[in-house]
Design a protein around this ligand. Structure first.
Ligand SMILES: NC(=O)N[C@@H](CC(=O)O)C(=O)O
Ligand SMILES: [Zn+2]
Ligand SMILES: [Zn+2]
Length: 346
């Protein structure tokens, strides 16, 4: 097979940032994706409905002319989140989901939740109205090994919350372990997971191969090879609980390349080429549309997109190694292998 036409895909987990950075990275997403769940971890975070409306307007104003891209907004859950504000934002269709960051778990998560009892009433209301809770699923306990934080989060935090609040719809974001895959596979219709492109192609060895590779450092950190294989099997296996969320997370090189560098991989430009390569290697190209374009809308109770994109197979595709922003260059994720599939028109 040398060409493949899919319904236009969506990105169910994306960091667009703000200001000059947003203006520089947004076209990299709108080129391929019709919609994206936009993460709220700005500084300060997107906490209220009014914050989300303002941020949405800034994104729409920065969108390339002619693009029909639709940002799907999220609120950043804090211990002060007001039920009334959240319900109002959901009712008018301003927000598509609410994001839970355990305080301290990742980039700009300082305003996240420390005491889960304090957000219980908000979560109950979300269950009532069917509004999905998106979780960065890692515990922050420094005594828990960084490679175990996702599995421990499921046992200590996520599973108790889901038992406590039946009907709460949850997306485990950017899953990295076979533990999460197993939990989501067994989790029933109210549980789903996003999988990134980069976690399908790197394991933890890549971060430390021949030296330290800051551009492969993201959170949750890539795990051992057996986990990567479990992710590939889940993404390509046809279970509708799994769908694409690139977690494309731009940071300037200056912010990545320092003694304490930021976590995040910038994959918006080449995520679709990476996915096509992985699905092709697995003999599963016929399932790429489900993963990238159908399973996400089904979980979010939205229609799939009308338009299509076409992928073409040929000589290895060269992507620019960075995108320039007014804040400095942002390095594009290097998958470390040739990519043979390009999006037609790129
Ligand atoms: N994934 C990352 O490594 N970083 C994300 C935050 C997140 O999604 O956890 C970011 O905002 O930079
Ligand atoms: Zn995260
Ligand atoms: Zn993210």
């Amino acid at each position: 097979m040398n060409t493949l036409t899919l319904r236009r895909p969506d990105d169910w987990h994306l960091h667009l940032r703000d200001g000059a950075m947003m203006r520089a990275v947004l076209p990299e997403t709108t080129r391929h994706f019709a919609r994206a769940i936009v993460m709220p971890n700005l500084v300060p975070p997107v906490v209220t409905g009014a914050d989300a409306a303002d941020y949405r307007d800034r994104i729409l104003a920065a969108k390339p002319s002619g693009s029909k891209f639709r940002p799907l907004m999220t609120l950043y859950l804090t211990e002060e989140t007001q039920v009334r504000d959240l319900r109002a934002a959901a009712e008018i269709g301003l927000i598509a989901a609410v994001k839970l960051y355990p305080a301290g778990a990742t980039t700009n998560s300082g305003s996240g939740v420390k005491d889960f009892a304090k957000v219980r009433r908000v979560l109950e209301n979300m269950a009532q109205i069917g509004l999905p809770l998106l979780v960065h699923g890692e515990v922050v306990d420094p005594d828990v090994d960084i490679f175990d934080r996702e599995a421990v989060f499921i046992d200590r935090i996520l599973d108790p919350i889901r038992r406590d609040i039946p009907g709460l719809r949850v997306v485990m974001e950017h899953v990295t372990t076979s533990d999460a895959i197993a939990y989501v596979t067994e989790g029933g219709p109210d549980l789903a997971a996003t999988i990134t492109a980069h976690h399908l192609v790197i394991n933890r060895n890549h971060i430390l191969s021949g030296g330290i590779r800051p551009h492969y450092y993201c959170l949750p950190v890539a795990k051992r090879e057996s986990h990567r294989r479990a992710l590939v099997d889940a993404a390509t296996g046809g279970d509708a609980s799994f769908f694409l969320g690139t977690d494309s997370a731009p940071h300037t090189d200056a912010a990545k390349l320092q003694p304490c560098g930021c976590a995040g991989c910038f994959t918006a430009p080449n995520a679709m080429s990476i996915l096509a390569e992985v699905f092709d290697m697995m003999g599963a190209l016929d399932r790429l549309e489900g993963f990238a374009s159908l399973n996400g809308p089904a979980f979010y109770r939205l229609p799939p997109n009308d338009g299509t994109i076409t992928l073409e197979k040929g000589d290895p595709v060269a992507y620019p190694d960075h995108v320039d922003t007014a804040d400095g260059p942002v390095t594009v994720f290097d998958p470390g292998m040739p990519l043979h599939w390009r999006v037609a028109g790129d």
